[in-house]
Design a protein around this ligand. Structure first.
Ligand SMILES: Nc1ncnc2c1ncn2[C@@H]1O[C@H](COP(=O)(O)OP(=O)(O)OP(=O)(O)O)[C@@H](O)[C@H]1O
Ligand SMILES: [Mg+2]
Length: 246
């Protein structure tokens, strides 16, 4: 049951015990099947819709490119680019729910890859590590999770510090920034899909509002979580916790 909660397929299970226990167990496994089916359908639906919208979108872009330039055309091009970005997010979200086998992975190496990508954009982003930072994880999913946290930090602050710390029972990755942060009472809102807190307050004008939802989905599917708090740098601290089996 614990493994199912983490999103792993436990495989077939032998039902035994007293009649009540067997009844409850049977009910649980039929629920497990229903939940798995729903997740599959959700992923397929999202991927399908995103995929089918891409072709007409590309056609529209080509048609716009052939029209004589004007400010209206430029606006329309920007709208199309936004739509395209949104679609990419949906697809990434749907794919995040797909399967990738967990392996023992150096979490700091993944964090460094993401930081290198961000630093190429010219930002002040550094990573530090301590302890044994390997954990059984789905590497691609963890990369997407960290990329979302680091993108947010870079969008809201101009100084970003990533710390990867290995402890006995878990690996922790903290992403600190010196931006405006988020008021504590809005932490849970920030995780809601498509939620964007007070757009005028933030410098990050683009974005779909899926980043933190995706990050948390990934963390929880590994039995961990994302925790928000106030950063010593003055902005937000987002911490990914990845449990390590004893
Ligand atoms: N480091 C941060 N500092 C301040 N506010 C933040 C930070 N990270 C997230 N937020 C707030 O939380 C909201 C939700 O973040 P989330 O990453 O889910 O979406 P997004 O960044 O708006 O869009 P997306 O990540 O899908 O491109 C953001 O719109 C922003 O208001
Ligand atoms: Mg984001």
């Amino acid at each position: 049951m614990e493994r199912f909660g983490r999103g792993e397929d436990g495989g077939p299970f032998r039902i035994r015990g007293a009649r009540e226990v067997r009844g409850a167990t049977r009910a649980f496994f039929s629920m497990r099947e229903r939940v798995s089916r729903l997740i599959d359908q959700r992923s397929q639906l999202l991927a399908g819709v995103s995929h089918d919208l891409r072709t007409p979108l590309t056609r529209l872009k080509l048609q716009l490119a052939l029209l004589p330039p004007s400010s209206e055309i430029e606006d329309a091009k920007r709208d199309l680019a936004d739509m395209e970005e949104t679609l990419e997010e949906y697809l990434a979200f749907a794919q995040g729910l797909g399967e990738e086998a967990p392996a023992l992975i150096d979490v700091a190496a993944i964090a460094s890859e993401v930081v290198a990508d961000s630093a190429r954009g010219g930002g002040d982003v550094t990573v530090e590590q301590s302890g044994d930072v390997s954990a059984p994880t789905r590497g691609r999913a963890i990369k997407r999770c960290l990329a979302n946290l680091i993108d947010n930090a870079v969008a809201h602050g101009d100084k970003v510090r990533v710390t990867v710390k290995g402890e006995e029972t878990a690996v922790f990755v903290s992403v600190d920034d010196n931006g405006p942060g988020i008021p504590e009472e809005l932490y849970e809102d920030a995780f809601r899909p498509f939620s964007r807190l007070d757009a005028t307050r933030s410098r990050n004008q683009k974005g779909v509002g899926l980043g933190l939802a995706i990050a948390r989905d990934v963390a929880r599917s590994h039995g961990g979580d994302i925790i928000l708090s106030q950063s010593p740098l003055g902005g937000l601290r987002a911490t990914l916790r990845l449990p390590r089996p004893a």
